[in-house]
Design a protein around this ligand. Structure first.
Ligand code: F6R
Length: 326
């Protein structure tokens, strides 16, 4: 697996999103009539879907809560109105299997996976699953994961501002040309890694970019959330050896965001921007994840590294498996 594999998978993102849409629409899974809370549990490239749904739910005041959990257990007792999405692309992530074991016998769970142990356990225990395409890396199947869950939700519940037909419309964003922005930002991040500043409703884009830079470009970057960062970190930023590292993630819902304006003024305007495009928040988020994937791919080439390999994540998983099997 190398750059070519990665690029080919990215070229399939539109098709993967459409597959996800259809999977979610057709699924006949048991879910609460009066949905109160969605708990999304998964790690890394699978777990990011929880942040994505949180951004949408917060912004549009969905009638149910969304909790994104990246852990090996749910730290409270699920209630009758809860629906748990257990997401693991490989189906073999130990933390996620642990949540399944702990919580799914007594609660409503929907499994999102391409196979592995999680699929076997869901079949044995009669749990419903949204099946993902096989043969990809977890982080490269992002659109299928996002759209399968989102379309399951829009097909089964009335969700303000996100309707089944607007999901179909959102797919055009996969055609947006990103070349100029990708080249500019990859070159800039090559000089020094970004400090990403982000405010609602774009948290998930900054989280994804930080993770993509780590996994694909092997580059450490950091995120600061507004308004909190304006109460502490803002003091340290002017002392950076390269103050041009500060990038604020913005989109059309950043206009009039008083926290961003005041933060930027406090730094005498010494901030750059990563601008998201799209007609809706959904499109802007998808635009952001694509941008993130292509920037990190470009940067991996500039650094002479393979975007597909994740040696240390693999070692961690092996070690964890060894310790737990004793
Ligand atoms: C690898 C990647 C990782 C995985 C994570 C959990 O492409 O993105 O962040 O997503 O290690 O593995 P899965 O997704 O298989 O549960």
């Amino acid at each position: 697996m190398d750059r070519d594999f990665f690029e080919k998978a990215l070229e399939r993102w539109e098709e993967l999103a459409i597959r996800g849409l259809r999977t979610g629409e057709k699924a006949e899974c048991d879910a609460p009539d009066a949905l109160e809370r969605i708990i999304v549990t998964g790690m890394g490239g699978s777990g990011i879907v929880g942040d994505f749904l949180s951004d949408l739910a917060n912004h549009y005041s969905w009638p149910f809560e969304v909790l994104s959990l990246k852990d090996d257990r749910i730290p409270f007792r699920p209630r009758e109105g809860d629906l748990i999405f257990v997401v693991s692309y490989s189906g073999n992530t130990l933390e996620t299997l642990s949540v399944f074991n702990q919580s799914c016998s007594a609660s409503r769970c929907i499994i999102v996976t391409s196979g592995g142990e999680l699929l076997s356990r869901s079949i044995t225990s009669g749990k419903c699953s949204l099946r993902l395409s096989e043969g990809l890396l977890p982080r490269l199947d992002l659109p299928e994961i996002l759209y399968s869950i989102l379309s399951f939700l829009t097909s089964n519940y009335k969700i303000p501002n996100i309707k089944a037909e607007s999901l179909d419309d959102s797919i055009v964003i996969f055609k947006e040309d990103l070349k100029h922005q990708v080249n500019k930002l990859a070159k800039r991040f090559m000089i020094s890694p970004p400090i990403l500043i982000v405010s609602r409703p774009y948290f998930s884009v900054a989280i994804r970019l930080k993770n993509d830079l780590a996994e694909n470009s092997k580059l450490y970057s950091s995120i600061e959330f507004l308004p909190e960062a304006a109460h502490n970190v803002v003091e340290a930023l002017p002392y950076l050896s390269d103050p041009n590292r500060i990038f604020i993630v913005t989109g059309k819902y950043s206009w009039g965001n008083i926290y961003i304006e005041a933060f930027s003024k406090a730094l005498n305007g010494k901030t750059s921007y990563i601008e998201l495009k799209g007609d809706s928040l959904l499109q802007e988020l998808i635009y952001g994840y694509r941008l993130s994937a292509y920037i990190s791919l470009e940067l991996s080439s500039l650094r002479g590294l393979n975007p597909c390999t994740t040696e240390n994540i693999d070692k961690y998983k092996e070690e964890l498996g060894r310790v737990l099997s004793h």
